[in-house]
Design a protein around this ligand. Structure first.
Ligand code: FNR
Length: 186
């Protein structure tokens, strides 16, 4: 079998007990053999500033290099005020510059939003899509993944406890693997 696809996972929450991070860890455990998922941290990236980019900090260049090497990117994010949490938007901005050197261009992507609320981060999910369209990230369209009531779906160890959620996320990852094959082959 060929090597598994290298998928960077960006988690939109920085808090230690984040449900989104637990969900991301659950996804790592659920991933099919075709995918190798790895969380890449975004909390240390300083706020994007074009002046600073004349001599970019090591955290920015390391982040850009890591994403550039990856076959695909999976966003796992909560919703803040019906939109994308600032650290995640900042990571997207950092990766998009300098002009003409975006690490996102053509890289297949997927979005899983999550919330303790019933709407499952729909607003964040779709605001994120708006940026990803501009950045030319081909985004998996179906299945869509809005994980509502996420706080009730995890077990004590932080894994995914709910069997139906596990089944849905396994299907999502299988569809994502096919999507990467279709859109990102290299
Ligand atoms: C929230 N939360 C929230 N939830 C939601 O469903 N829609 C929203 O618009 C918001 N807005 C929002 C703004 C801010 C600043 C915070 C801190 C929180 C609640 C949010 O879903 C909840 O805190 C999650 O637990 C955050 O995700 P993590 O950190 O558990 O991954």
């Amino acid at each position: 079998m060929s090597n598994p696809r290298d998928v960077v996972v960006l988690v939109g929450s920085l808090r230690k007990e984040s449900y989104s991070r637990k969900l991301a860890k659950g996804l790592i455990a659920l991933a099919p053999a075709q995918l190798k998922l790895e969380i890449v941290e975004i909390g240390e990236l300083q706020l994007y500033n074009q002046d600073v980019d004349e001599n970019p900090p090591q955290t920015w260049t390391a982040f850009r290099d890591r994403v550039r090497r990856a076959d695909a990117v999976l966003f796992v994010t909560p919703e803040y005020n019906r939109s994308v949490p600032a650290p995640l938007k900042n990571a997207i901005d950092v990766g998009s510059r300098p002009y003409g050197k975006s690490v996102w261009d053509g890289k297949p992507g997927g979005i899983i939003s999550a919330s303790p609320g019933a709407v499952g981060g729909f607003g964040a999910n779709h605001h994120l899509r708006q940026s990803l369209v501009f950045l030319n990230i081909p985004i998996l369209q179906q299945p869509e993944a809005y994980i509502g009531g996420v706080d009730k779906l995890l077990d004590e160890q932080g894994g995914i406890a709910n069997e139906s959620t596990k089944g849905f996320l396994s299907k999502y990852l299988t569809a994502f693997a096919s999507w990467i094959d279709k859109t990102g082959a290299r």
